[in-house]
Every structure is written in structure tokens, then in C-alpha cells.
Design a protein around this ligand. Structure first.
Ligand code: N01
Length: 532
């Protein structure tokens, strides 16, 4: 039998965003229920358990800053934390702040309808539980809906099938197996070296070669940790201010790659290559805005790939020919080296796509690759996927799906006009995936909590973005992207990896400016919103 529970706030998702939102709203004295489809906390780190899964932002930064004791007491073992360690950390946070008692696991939200008469959201789930609530907060994550390409014969494969974004909790042992991996994005690039270490034969099906920079992960340097922890709050504040796009420790060098001499440029690129991973893009200020500057960086990486991969034909197939950084730059540990192993084969799909999946494996260009296991490392319906899968209906019954038919439209990535009291944490139109997600999550949660507190203190019940503020913001988000090279490739930032998805650049470029704008909006009595 259906039972409707009344709570002040429903938060959808128990990843980093949902947990902190719960903590903050509880602090305001609200009754809160978090609804989570998975069987435990962790969000993206709960699901993405593929071998080699690891964060590409340094662990001393990819962690909460809201509680000084928490950040002092937790110690990371590596420069870049592995998925199991991040999940341990999230579980620790859930215990430490006694969060689990307000989380309902194994509960997927299927619908959220706004009732203008009662000024409440009515939330339905895939279980018998229903909720009515004033505040509905979507903490559904930016990369939480895996995509499976529509390949003919996909269901006919008789071996084992996996998706990196839905990895079995008990792990997978590929020892002695013939394994195929489809995709060469971050998930593939991290998992391929480890799968190669187990498999008897490994076939990598590559449609688009990708840029990747060695992550240079290493054990945590205790001196660095002590130094940062001695002034953690200042360090975080400085970083939050300094970050131009990604919230990382090393600031971007502002000079132009075009103004440096060849020798200087090689030194600068090499220095950032040695820093590792995403930091490579910080070598010059114009790498993501100037095509010629970007081409110099591309050439540098292509030379690196040639110097690592022994077979020149294989090396040539691995060379990316697009804008570096346009798709998220990958950070690897031994990816290109893997192709020097005799049991690893690169299957180039650039001329001909996969013909079909067969009961025995994959057919491509007249050859059949017999496989015991097939790994889809094919990515996500990013930023809008999780929201679009919920039947969200606003003030006049319009669905969010309909509103976003031509691409997502939000005000500040926080709200959608016509959907009062519904917030999206790190929603499209906010910096989100182009920052250290933890900074963006905390900034959004703090803003939303502040807003709820302000309204409650003034006896107000509703906040709703105006259509004009939303339209102006969408135009501004697009204008910011148009000055960069981010629109010069087919990335998931643009929705280009999902057939039929409108091509719209979804994240907002510029974290400090964004934070200032959010603060200003609040200071000006929630400019662009209607309060009632
Ligand atoms: O997914 P992706 P991901 N036939 O979309 C290919 C974050 N993340 O899971 O490029 C053949 O990047 C597709 O080919 P193409 C990070 O933000 C972070 O790897 O579309 N191939 C591509 O190669 C990242 O960007 C970390 O031509 C097909 C691949 O599948 C984001 O998650 C680690 C195909 C998908 O790559 C997504 O990464 C992991 C088909 N029909 C992930 N369809 C870190 O923190 C798709 N592909 C380090």
C-alpha cells in the first residue's frame, strides 16, 4: 500500500552532493529524506568500480572542506585517490555525521510533480514510498546514467558483458580470458592497463583516439600533507579564488604558447607533462581559446605517444587529431605502453564501425573477434540524463523533458523557470564538471541552504527563477563557451555522445565569476527569482 510521508525536504541522491545537502538542511532544523537508487552512499564512486578507477583531481583537494576536524582527521594515502579509498571516505563522512538514518536506499525516484495549491512537491518512487515536501533538491550527479551504444546483435553475446559505470561489486577477474573493451575515454584509459595485466588477449575497439597525459600518481607526501593541513582553510580559500577552470593546486600560467620561443615552449610543456594529468592544460593561458596554441600542445602530446608506442603503425592509429582539452583530458597510468604488449590489439573503428555483436564476440571489417568478456566503456548521458529520466512536472504540468527538448535551460544551473522550490546541485549551466566537483558541490549546497534559511526566516514559502533571468543566463553560458575551443569537438559536455541529444554546451566556464554572481544574486534579494 502506498504511504505518503511529509518531510520539509527531499534530496535525490546520496553522493557527495546529497550527503552534504542533508547535513546542511538538518542543521537548519528541517526534516529531510534522501532517496538513493543504490544500496549505499557514494554516488558516482558507488557505481564506478571498474579496475583502475581513480580521481583526476588531487585527493587533498577532492574532499569536503566544510568541517575543519573532518579535513584534519582524514588522511589520503595517494596523490590521486583510488575509487575504493574515496568510497571509504564517503562512508566515513556518512558515519561521522550520522547521515544514514535519513537516507532510504534502493529507492529510485520516478516522478516529482509540483502542486501549486499546496505549494508542495509530490515525489513518487519505484517502491511503495511517496513523499510530499516543500523543497525538492536534485543531487543526481552529472555522470550517473551510463550509455550503451545501439549495436546490432548486442543481446546475442553469450559471454559476460560489463559497463564501467555499473561495475559488479564483487569485482571481475579476467585471468585467462579474451576480453574486448569498447571505448577509449577516461574509464577505458584507466582500466585497459589493468585488464591487460589479467587477460590472455585484449582487444581495444577505438572509434576516436584520445589525448591522455600520465597521471603521475604517487604515495602521499607526508610533508606536503602536513604543510597543507597546517593552513587547510586558507589553502582552500586561496584555491577557490584562484581556480580559473579546475580547482587544483597548480595555477594556470597565463602567458600565450604562441609568444614563447620553441625551446621555451618545449620546456614549459615538458614541465606540465611531468606535473601530470589535467595539469598539462595549465601550461599556457590560451590553450583552450586559441586554435594555433592548442595545435602546439597537440603536437607535443602526439610526439610523446610516438615515443612510447613501439609499433609505428599502432602509434599512428593512437594519435588523436582533435583539439586537446575539448573532450576532457584523460589521466593515465601506463595506457599507451599497454599497446606494446603482444597480447593487446588495437582495433581501429575510424574507417568502419563495429558491424555487429555476435554470440561469440564482435564482428568488424570482415573479421570476427572471439571474446569471453565484453566491456562497454562507452560513457554517460551527462548532466541532463538523470533528470530527464525522472518525470518532473512544474507549475503548469509541463515536464522538464519538454522544457529541455532543445537543450537544458536553467538560471545559474540552480533552478528552472516554472519549477518552484526545485534545485539542481551542479546542474547544467553551472561550472560543475569543469571544476573540482567538491568545490562546486559545496558552493551550491551552501547557497541553497542559505536560500532556504533566508526564506524561512522571512516567512516565505516559494522561490522560482523568472523566465527572463533564465533566458539571459542561458545566453551568457553560451557566450562564455563560444569564446573557447570547447565547442570544436564532439564531447559529452555538448551532449554529442548521445544520439539525438541537442548539441548545447552545458557547463558554465569560470568558477570565481560564477561564485561572485551567485553571491550578488543573494545579496540583491535573489535577483532573477520571484519570492512569495
Ligand atoms: O566516457 P567517454 P568515460 N562504438 O564518453 C566510445 C569522467 N571520468 O566513461 O569518442 C565505439 O569519455 C567513445 O568514442 P567517441 C570524466 O569526466 C573521470 O570514459 O564517441 N566506441 C569514447 O571513446 C570523463 O570524461 C575519471 O568516438 C564508442 C568512449 O566510448 C567522463 O567521466 C575516470 C561507441 C566513451 O568515452 C566520461 O568518461 C572516468 C560506439 N558505438 C571517467 N559509443 C577520472 O576522474 C561510444 N564509444 C579520471
Amino acid at each position: 500500500m502506498t504511504q505518503t510521508q511529509r518531510v520539509d525536504a527531499v534530496v535525490v541522491g546520496a553522493g557527495f552532493a546529497g550527503l552534504y545537502m542533508l547535513h546542511r538542511l538538518r542543521g537548519l532544523g528541517l526534516s529531510v529524506r534522501v532517496l538513493e537508487a543504490g544500496s549505499d552512499v557514494g554516488g558516482t564512486w558507488f557505481w564506478n568500480r571498474y579496475p583502475g578507477a581513480r580521481c583526476d583531481v588531487e585527493s587533498l583537494e577532492y574532499s569536503y572542506q566544510f568541517d575543519e576536524d573532518l579535513q584534519q582527521e582524514w588522511s589520503w594515502t595517494e596523490r590521486y585517490a583510488s575509487q575504493p579509498e574515496i568510497l571509504d571516505y564517503i562512508r566515513h563522512v556518512a558515519e561521522r555525521f550520522d547521515l544514514r538514518r535519513d537516507i532510504r536506499f534502493d529507492t529510485r525516484v520516478t516522478a516529482a510533480h509540483f502542486d501549486a495549491t499546496t505549494v508542495e512537491w509530490h515525489i513518487q518512487t519505484d517502491s511503495s514510498a511517496e513523499f510530499s515536501t516543500r523543497w525538492c533538491i536534485m543531487a543526481t550527479g552529472c555522470l550517473s546514467v551510463p550509455t550503451w551504444p545501439a549495436l546490432e546483435g548486442a543481446d546475442s553475446f553469450t559471454g559476460s558483458t560489463f559497463h564501467t559505470g555499473r561495475w559488479p561489486h564483487e569485482g571481475v577477474d579476467f585471468s585467462g580470458q579474451r576480453v574486448g573493451v569498447i571505448g577509449t575515454g577516461s574509464s577505458a584509459i584507466q582500466s585497459i592497463p589493468i585488464i591487460a595485466g589479467q587477460a590472455r588477449e585484449l582487444y581495444v575497439f577505438q572509434r576516436t583516439p584520445n589525448f591522455s597525459v600520465p597521471a603521475r600518481n604517487e604515495p602521499m607526501d607526508p610533508e606536503l600533507e602536513a604543510r597543507i593541513k597546517a593552513g587547510y582553510a586558507d589553502f582552500r580559500a586561496r584555491n577557490g579564488q584562484m581556480q580559473s577552470a579546475f580547482g587544483v593546486r597548480h595555477p594556470r600560467c597565463e602567458g600565450s604558447a604562441l609568444e614563447a620561443s620553441e625551446a621555451e615552449r618545449q620546456r614549459q610543456f615538458e614541465h606540465h607533462w611531468q606535473l601530470g594529468g589535467l595539469l598539462f592544460l595549465r601550461a599556457y593561458g590560451d590553450l583552450l581559446v586559441n586554435t594555433e596554441a592548442n595545435e602546439l600542445a597537440q603536437a607535443f602530446i602526439r610526439d610523446k605517444i610516438r615515443s612510447v608506442v613501439e609499433d609505428p603503425e599502432v602509434a599512428e592509429k593512437l594519435l588523436p587529431d582533435s583539439v586537446v582539452g575539448c573532450k576532457r583530458l584523460c589521466a593515465d597510468s601506463g595506457y599507451f605502453e599497454t599497446f606494446n604488449q603482444p597480447h593487446v590489439t588495437l582495433v581501429d573503428l575510424r574507417r568502419e564501425p563495429i558491424e555487429r555483436i555476435t554470440p561469440a564476440g564482435i564482428r568488424h571489417a570482415g573479421s570476427e573477434y572471439e571474446l569471453d568478456s565484453l566491456v562497454f566503456a562507452t560513457g554517460f548521458d551527462a548532466m541532463t540524463g538523470a533528470l530527464a529520466r525522472i518525470d518532473i512536472r512544474g507549475r503548469d504540468g509541463t515536464t522538464l523533458r519538454e522544457r529541455w527538448e532543445d537543450g537544458p535551460r536553467t538560471y545559474l544551473g540552480l533552478q528552472v523557470a516554472g519549477f518552484p522550490n526545485l534545485f539542481t546541485i551542479t546542474g547544467p549551466g553551472s561550472p560543475s564538471v569543469l571544476t573540482n566537483m567538491l568545490y562546486s558541490i559545496e558552493q551550491h549546497v551552501d547557497w541553497i541552504a542559505g536560500c532556504v534559511a533566508d526564506l524561512s526566516a522571512r516567512g516565505l514559502t516559494t522561490i522560482e527563477a523568472t523566465g527572463k533571468a533564465e533566458a539571459d543566463w542561458v545566453a551568457h553560458v553560451n557566450a562564455m563557451a563560444s569564446h573557447t575551443l570547447f565547442t570544436h569537438c564532439n564531447s559529452w559536455y555538448l551532449g554529442a555522445n548521445v544520439p539525438g541529444k541537442p548539441r548545447v554546451f552545458m557547463p558554465y566556464l569560470g568558477f570565481p565569476e560564477y561564485v561572485a554572481r551567485c553571491n550578488e544574486v543573494r545579496a540583491r534579494n535573489y535577483e532573477g527569482f520571484v519570492l512569495s
